[in-house]
Design a protein around this ligand. Structure first.
Ligand SMILES: Nc1nc2c(c(=O)[nH]1)N[C@H]1C(S)=C(S)[C@@H](COP(=O)(O)OP(=O)(O)OC[C@H]3O[C@@H](n4cnc5c(=O)[nH]c(N)nc54)[C@H](O)[C@@H]3O)O[C@H]1N2
Ligand SMILES: Nc1nc2c(c(=O)[nH]1)N[C@H]1C(S)=C(S)[C@@H](COP(=O)(O)OP(=O)(O)OC[C@H]3O[C@@H](n4cnc5c(=O)[nH]c(N)nc54)[C@H](O)[C@@H]3O)O[C@H]1N2
Ligand code: SF4
Ligand SMILES: [Mo]
Length: 695
């Protein structure tokens, strides 16, 4: 029997945990957490375990496919890689000749492995790269930029050393990042307090010292009352504030109307409860983490919710604090040279971005842009036509609102390509499907992880592909070769890695023992006084000079959310521990554990409608309806219904997931027009549905 251990990176979700894979006779025997990361505690989450089932799954694209019928008909012809790549490259060049290179766009799932495909877009001459973030964390990222000049990932959540953690729109124990879960568990055993503010009781709330069920959409009001309490009762860190925060007086004045008593009426959380919570919180400063949120693409005012959270963190002195939000370090902080970047091979294209990020909308960072605004540009041909689109590990027909409208928009494309390792709604609607090898069957480019202890890491292939699928670098190389971008053409992954490592002092062999190269053994906490905030004035800006210069308020008054009509509910959603987004519903192992989603509905609201627990109910909006099983519970606010996102698959080749459950994004008519104008992300929870009994 031959056995080996392969150090790699999980790809079942975007967290990308470090793993160690045991391979026996060419088969995956077991997946462990990489033992060089103590916070993995040797394990992975249920989805991480199901990586084996992903490989075994025969219901995924197994070879390059080209559509033979109309878009979405599901009639495919299996072709060779040469034929598929020739077709895609020729079509791209034809579109470039007719409309210019900026007429090609690509969107992906973001993350640390995208350098090569972004370089490819640059080489081709298009600025139109987007990631998925307009449907996820753009608001929270922009909020931090406006207050501290730092991005969302420029600070660490130092959960292990925290004394009080607040989760608002953040369900750590179900929307999982393994190291975060383990670190928080350790902290809770060490007398750290946990507070949860949610519209329903989730698994995280079962471990909470303070649980506050809040009326959906009123979080900003709640947070303003918390700031009011912190300032009026002088519970903040005065020395820190004097030194690092600008315009505290303006904040104090602004929050005066938002008293805890006022918030009680608006949010449903009693003033006494709010006060007790704030007292506890202040006692733990500065080792406090009020988590600013992750999936924050929910409301039109989500940017200001996130901004208020960062303000509270600042008042408690958590930026830069151990057990709070310390600043990330980069390899250069330890005198190490970074990787060579593929992006640096080509100049930035001159054309303006089709989504308007950075020019029409100066408040939206250019980098990953905003995909829904790209789709709107496709629809209107403004500022110019976008005729070719590559959905690269991205499923916008599942992950953006109103798939019918999106399909209409995509119908005007001359080329729609999907690169994916499972079927997806977008792949099913594409002209060409380029099958990516699942992560256990492919290697990726070397990537950097910034943090308290920055490191470089490598995803290695654990087993050979079962089918005719390829790794990212092979796919990009294949198109680059045909388009004439010779610097991106590589014959082996070792050549790719050598390009990245040349002149850095590191060699491929350095990754052999653990899959990583560390830059330091000891975590480094930069003190706030050795740090300059990246705002124009170098301080934490309550009144943001940038926002004001773009005519945007820094302190926006609270807007009370619309109340649903009788028989209607705000549609809310989230994650569960057993599935990832839309792409695991058909995974044999995870399907066995959880086959479909159900609709959470409040007991009193259900009684009024004559709905009982486990009954199949109808959910409808704008003439569209579907059925789903109801979970009648006291544990959700009466104004909301809730589903786990990612179900409602309608692709016949996925025999297990087919017709199971309901897709929330189909109940979000014209949702690409409804977004946060300051944070940029789609406002997924500004939609209402009618729920009725079928009896
Ligand atoms: N198991 C698993 N883990 C994952 C993922 C996955 O698909 N599966 N995906 C990863 C990704 S991409 C992301 S972005 C993260 C997401 O991580 P989270 O953002 O933490 O996850 P969600 O479950 O979307 O939402 C968190 C909570 O917000 C609550 N909520 C909804 N509306 C409101 C409201 O108006 N006010 C308040 N206070 N709370 C509200 C929901 O009830 C839910 O409990 O998870 C990551 N981890
Ligand atoms: N209505 C509604 N919409 C949502 C959400 C919601 O809760 N409700 N959640 C939002 C959130 S938080 C996010 S992040 C987006 C996610 O939406 P997407 O960014 O589209 O994410 P995924 O479903 O994770 O992956 C997209 C596709 O990439 C393929 N893929 C190929 N290789 C890989 C790989 O190595 N790893 C992974 N993970 N996928 C691969 C998958 O098979 C899948 O078909 O959707 C957002 N949209
Ligand atoms: S959280 Fe789970 S699925 Fe996501 S990368 Fe880690 S082990 Fe894999
Ligand atoms: Mo996300």
């Amino acid at each position: 029997m031959s056995t080996k251990k392969v150090y790699s990176i999980c790809g079942m979700c975007t967290v990308r945990c470090p793993i160690m894979v045991e391979v026996e006779n060419g088969e995956i025997a077991f997946i462990h957490g990489n033992p060089y990361f103590p916070a993995m505690k040797g394990g992975v989450c249920p989805r991480g375990v199901a990586g084996r089932a992903l490989i075994k799954d025969n219901e995924r694209p197994k070879a390059p496919l080209m559509r033979v019928g109309a878009r979405g008909d599901g009639q495919w012809r299996e072709v060779s890689w040469d034929e598929a790549l020739d077709y895609v490259s020729n079509k791209m060049m034809k579109i470039r000749d007719t409309y210019g290179p900026e007429s090609i766009a690509l969107s992906d799932r973001g993350g640390p492995f995208r350098d090569m495909r972004r370089a490819f877009l640059r080489g081709f001459g298009t600025p139109n790269y987007c990631n998925h973030d307009a449907s996820c964390a753009r608001n929270v990222h922009h909020a931090n930029l406006s207050l501290t000049g730092l991005g969302r990932k420029d600070v660490v959540y130092d959960l292990k050393n925290a004394k009080h953690v607040v989760l608002q729109f953040r369900n750590i124990f179900e929307a999982i990042n393994v190291q975060e879960v383990n670190n928080l568990m350790d902290a809770l055993e060490n007398e750290c307090k946990l507070s949860v503010i949610d519209i329903r009781a989730n698994v995280s709330s079962t471990k909470a010292h303070h649980f506050m069920m809040i009326r959906p959409g009123t979080d900003y009001g709640f947070n303003l009352a918390v700031i009011n309490e912190i300032l009026n009762r002088k519970l903040y860190d005065e020395a820190y504030a004097n030194r690092f925060i600008e315009d505290l007086d303006k904040l104090q004045k602004f929050v005066q109307p938002y008293t805890p008593k006022w918030a009680e009426k608006e949010t449903g959380v009693s003033a006494a409860k709010l006060s007790r919570f704030v007292e506890d919180l202040a006692k733990a400063k500065p080792s406090v983490i009020w988590h600013p949120g992750w999936m924050t693409a929910r409301y039109r005012q989500s940017f200001y919710i996130c901004r208020s959270i960062y303000i509270i963190n600042a008042l408690l002195g958590t930026f830069g604090a151990k057990g709070g939000l310390p600043f990330v370090n980069k390899p250069s902080d330890f005198g190490k040279k970074g990787l060579n970047k593929f992006m640096d091979l080509y100049p930035k294209p001159e054309a303006k971005r089709a989504d308007g990020a950075g020019w029409k909308f100066p408040q939206f960072e250019e980098g990953p842009g905003l995909a829904h605004l790209l789709f709107k540009a496709m629809e209107t041909s403004e500022p110019y036509p976008v005729k070719g689109y590559i959905a690269y590990r991205h499923d916008p027909l599942m992950g953006f609102p109103d798939p019918d409208r999106l399909k209409n928009i995509f119908s005007s494309l001359e080329l729609l390509v999907s690169v994916t390792f499972t079927w997806s709604d977008t792949a099913w609607f594409s002209d060409v499907v380029l099958p990516l090898s699942p992560y256990l069957e492919r290697e990726s480019i070397i990537a950097t992880k910034n943090g308290l202890k920055p490191y470089f890491f490598l995803r290695q292939r654990a087993v050979d592909p079962r089918f005719d699928t390829r790794a990212d670098w092979e796919i990009i190389s294949g198109i680059a070769k045909r388009i004439g971008l010779s610097q991106l053409v590589f014959d082996s992954v070792e050549d790719v890695w050598r390009f990245q490592l040349e002149g850095t002092g590191m060699a491929i062999e350095d990754f052999a023992d653990s899959g990583i190269v560390q830059t330091t053994d000891v975590p480094r906490y930069k003190k706030p006084e050795e740090f300059t905030f990246k705002t124009p004035g170098g301080k934490i800006e309550i009144v943001s000079k940038n926002l004001e210069s773009w005519g945007i308020e820094s302190l926006q008054p609270y807007q009370s959310p619309q109340k649903p009509d009788e028989g209607e509910f705000r549609l809310t959603f989230g994650r569960c521990a057993l599935h990832t987004q839309g792409h695991t519903a058909n995974n044999p192992l995870l399907f066995e554990q959880m086959a479909e989603n159900i609709l959470w509905i409040n007991t009193t609201a259900a009684e009024k409608l004559g709905i009982s627990d486990n009954e199949i109910v109808t959910v409808s909006q704008n003439g569209y309806s579907e059925t789903i099983k109801a979970k009648v519970t006291d544990m959700i606010h009466p104004e909301a219904v809730f589903v786990i996102h990612g179900f409602g698959h309608r692709i016949p080749v996925e025999s297990r997931a087919y017709m199971k459950g309901l897709a929330d994004n189909k109940f979000m008519k014209n949702g690409i027009d409804i977004y946060d104008p300051v944070g940029g992300a789609v406002a997924f929870q500004e939609h209402f549905v009618r729920v009725s009994s079928r009896q």
